[in-house]
Design a protein around this ligand. Structure first.
Ligand SMILES: Nc1ncnc2c1ncn2[C@@H]1O[C@H](COP(=O)(O)OP(=O)(O)O)[C@@H](O)[C@H]1O
Ligand SMILES: [Mg+2]
Length: 259
């Protein structure tokens, strides 16, 4: 099981003639099995944080550990889920679900079994032989999740995975993410621009400042996962609390998603 530890992270992207300070002094510990949401304005370094945790980028200063090991390369049971799903249109749904396993060298027969099981978990078993082009946006995102589940990932890094979906499909997928977390108990880092989504899916909500990204607040959200959470007063209170923090840092001027 994976925990994540960001220690004194600073990151600067070097460019031709200019450099961009993306992150500054970021300290964050995510416990094993803990679901954490990250919210902040565009360009504040949220994607950079996920790339660091995925071992795809090395921080200019500080260190990132996953499960007690330096995150300096790919890790078998870390899954990175992006908005554009990374699906291969010429491969079937089943082959796409199996892609992560294939990259990790799992034998063909095991790949098939694990992928079929994960497709069933996300409600796509009957589409195993279809192609991504035949799926709706919501189904394609389910397929992206199936790929992560097939790996038996203990750490899900999600970069605005639901932001291209319509509101109802999005809630449906949020419910699925919650259900998967309940049954599987993975740690997760979810980057989102939606305050409601952050509160629905994060046991803690991390608020990041405009560039260079620093953590300005961490909101405890113990009601996360409670029955009918979206309809509770507790939920509205937390949404308001996060909204006020974003307004205070100038990331949000009015009701709606974070700029
Ligand atoms: N590969 C890169 N080269 C140069 N600058 C980058 C690169 N990736 C991101 N940046 C810059 O670093 C800052 C943080 O980027 P990012 O982590 O993508 O922010 P966010 O995901 O919060 O929108 C932005 O100003 C962005 O333009
Ligand atoms: Mg981003």
């Amino acid at each position: 099981m994976a925990s994540v530890e960001f220690s004194e992270i600073g990151h600067t992207y070097a460019g031709v003639g200019r450099s961009t300070r993306a992150l500054d002094g970021v300290e964050l510990s995510v416990a094993q099995g803990e679901p954490v949401s990250i919210i902040g304005p565009s360009g504040c370094g949220k994607s950079t944080l996920l790339l660091l945790a995925a071992g795809m980028l090395t921080a200019s200063t500080g260190s990132v550990q996953v499960d007690g090991q330096a995150a300096n390369g790919p890790r078998k049971t870390t899954a990175l889920i992006l908005q554009d799903f990374g699906l291969l249109p010429w491969k079937t749904v089943l082959a796409n679900a199996a892609l992560g396993l294939q990259v990790r060298g799992v034998a063909r027969r095991d790949r098939r079994e694990l992928s079929m099981r994960s497709l069933a978990l996300v409600g796509l078993a009957e589409f195993a032989d279809a192609y991504p082009g035949e799926l709706s946006g919501g189904m394609r995102q389910r397929l992206g999740l199936a790929r992560a589940i097939a790996l038996d990932a203990d750490l899900l890094l999600m970069d605005e995975p639901l932001s291209s979906l319509d509101a109802l499909t999005r809630e449906d997928l949020q419910d699925l993410l919650l259900e998967l977390w309940r049954t599987r108990g993975h740690a997760s880092l979810l980057v989102t621009h939606s305050i409601a989504e952050a509160v629905f899916l994060g046991r803690r909500v991390v608020v990041v400042s405009p560039r260079p990204g620093r953590i300005t607040a961490i909101v405890d959200n113990p009601g996360m996962g409670m029955p009918n959470h979206r309809m509770t007063e507790e939920f509205f209170r937390k949404v308001t609390e996060v909204r006020e923090l974003l307004v205070a840092e100038g990331a949000l001027h009015q009701a709606g998603e974070v700029l």
